[in-house]
Write a protein that binds this ligand. Sequence first.
Ligand code: 0L1
Ligand code: MG
Length: 256
Amino acid sequence: MANVVKIAETLDNAARHAEAIEQISNYDKMTLPEAYEVQRTLIRRRLDRGEKRVGMKMGFTSRAKMVQMGLSDLVWGRLTDQMVIEDGGVLAFKNYVHPRVEPEVAFLLKRPLGWPVTGAEALAAVEAVAPAMEIIDSRYKNFKFSLEDVVADNSSSSGFVVGPWQKADGDLTNLGMVLEFDGRPVQIGSSAAILGNPIRSLVAAARLTHEAEEGLQAGWIVMAGGATAAEALKPGVHVRHIVETLGFVSFTVSAG
Ligand code: 0L1
Ligand code: MG
């Protein structure tokens, strides 16, 4: 049996000190349920330090992401208020190991979502939708991990930025998405790349959090997952993500 408490402490310390560590699976085998238990335990440590739970992120929702990382299962992670980067704000590069950014959309829930739920029911629980970006930062050296490693590491989640909220009354199926570095497109995609429609990601989020005996809570943000491969961040770069009909969201990476 994996030492859940010890692994959670190791990963939490790596994140706090922005230090890359060896893959856990190189020396301690975890089952997938154990990896999610590590994740739950490491988030508990953060909450015990005063952070507040504000939502969850879905991962590996697009084929481009699965191909980039060589894995093929949906994963999810927990978001806290300390991971928020203000729209138009600055990301402090020194606080991360090797951060990457993903173009996403975010949902804000106006009521809880349990399971089972249809796409229409999930959409009816959405207060608003927004252009968003996730900052992923594997705590493992060289961004190399097994499925269990990445799940234990909160599915690489380390930050997120959400743009202006919009009423979710438009069609979200095939919105153009452009990720820019200093005004130059570095990733171009469509919301269709997120499980065919980001609402499907919300439905999957409801199922996965139900299985974890949490469910989705009113007021939570759900990050629907990357529409393209992730892009490595560099000091000083200005990052902007534009989503057709939803607008844009941006941040700047500090110089060092
Ligand atoms: O799509 C995702 O957010 C996956 C995150 C976990 C894997 C990674 O670090 O790329
Ligand atoms: Mg993501």
